[in-house]
Design a protein around this ligand. Sequence first.
Ligand SMILES: Cc1cc2nc3c(=O)[nH]c(=O)nc-3n(C[C@H](O)[C@H](O)[C@H](O)COP(=O)(O)OP(=O)(O)OC[C@H]3O[C@@H](n4cnc5c(N)ncnc54)[C@H](O)[C@@H]3O)c2cc1C
Length: 532
Amino acid sequence: MQTDFLIIGSGIAGLTYALKVARQFPDKQILIITKAQADETNTKYAQGGVAGVMDAENDSFDKHIEDTLIAGDGLCNPRVVEIVVKEGVDRIRELIQWGAQFDKEKDGDYKLGKEGGHSEFRILHHKDVTGKEMERTLLEELNEFPNITVIKHWFVVDLITQHHLGCLVTKATPDIECYGVYVLNRETRQIETVLAKITLLATGGNGQVYRSTTNPVIATGDGLAMVYRAKGRIENMEFIQFHPTALYQPGVTGPSFLITEAVRGDGGILRNKDGEAFMERYDERRDLAPRDIVARAIDSEMKRTGTEHVYLDVRHIPVANFIEHFPNIYEKCLSIGIDVSKHLIPVAPAAHYSCGGIKTNEWGRTSIRSLYACGECASTGLHGANRLASNSLLEAMVFAHRCAMDAALYVNEIQVKSSIPDWNAEGTIQPKEMILITQSFKELQSVMSDYVGIVRTNTRLHRALKRLDLLWEETESLYQQTALSPQLCELRNMITVGYLIVKGAAFRKESRGLHFNTDYPGKSSLIQNIVL
Ligand SMILES: Cc1cc2nc3c(=O)[nH]c(=O)nc-3n(C[C@H](O)[C@H](O)[C@H](O)COP(=O)(O)OP(=O)(O)OC[C@H]3O[C@@H](n4cnc5c(N)ncnc54)[C@H](O)[C@@H]3O)c2cc1C
């Protein structure tokens, strides 16, 4: 199979890019491959909204830029921050033109929210289901373009490069090229070869590496692991954002339900088990301090008081207002017996967002030729050591646009590569015991949560690396002997992602942004990105 533009992932990044190239090149073929249902993405679960300077009277680009730089704690690329903040407004307006409905005041102005780290009200939202609305808009807009094809339930296994033509490819190889991907067709269980002139990775985040995460099950860092295997550059993987307030539900497996930061923006107060509003002891911005500070404060309160959660108190917010802004959260709480007007909501931190990822330049190019990356899987330089809330949907749209603009400049010069060998599955057998995969998956999550969570130490990182080595060895042996399954591929990818997080954390001899190591509590004077 071959195409002009190949896109892996159907979240905001992949879909925005698809629409851009489809509009520009009605005569070219665009293929989107996704491993689940088209809308089963991190994007769909975004609650809080998308940040943008929509109120020029009270807000400004400079303020949004400054807030982003402060959150990034010295590691943002200022040029990229300026690009995203300034171009982001046009991308939001485009999305509105395509039909996205953001909440409005009675006078017709957009109802703008405020979240931790933002100095002004600038978060556009659609109640508390903003991502769902954005995903819906993009998928509907896709129908306008007959040159876009979406294939669901195909699992992309690996990027095809010179390595598959028998060449030795190392990190030092100057011109690694991407010719397309090998994909597992889940229905036939065959591995297909899909060749393309240009490939975009929009594979999203990797929260599933942790036991407790707000990310859906698709978030297994596949794109990152593929690029690492193909000898591309990955950076700043140690910066994992833990959302401070996921709903605490002991015994419930699967993604944790998020209580958006916007609830604190509307006046929600964190309390410990004694009812104390403890945030004032940690930061003068109290409940609206940036996420890393709030997550660490909660972690510290939980450890100090010996509890597995703290509480979010919204009892003082008029219930009608709460229901209007957060209908989904209200319903969810009610469904488990919590009436937010009377009861405290139990919350605990959960892995939420990966700030680092596949290293890209200002146009979304990776270190591998003909391969772009954007959205959560990419590290553009916007977030630095910590993401400012609601900047990620914005970044995905801005960089999807930029990738499309750049790819358009040279797509006509590229020929689809011929003579790529088929995937070789000789000598492998169907897996007999899924327990070998599921148990390793649980072990990985435990290692990462217990040793590489919100607070890290050298000893814990060292232990984590040793445990990951063992898991890696066992999984590689399984991989060599068994026919591929999505579960095995995901496990392998997640072990790689875990390894990259631990390596990044071990290399960083300081505490900065989201990375906190008690053996190096201060910031180093050497400001650097860790590239692996
Ligand atoms: C609960 C929650 C709330 C959030 N709230 C906000 C918010 O309010 N504001 C904000 O800015 N950000 C928010 N975020 C973050 C934001 O939603 C994500 O960063 C963003 O949606 C990522 O978009 P994406 O297109 O990069 O990836 P995704 O939307 O995750 O899409 C990834 C796609 O890649 C596909 N894929 C992955 N691997 C493979 C493979 N091997 N083969 C084939 N397909 C593959 C998946 O199936 C999926 O289609 C939130 C995230 C979560 C989880």
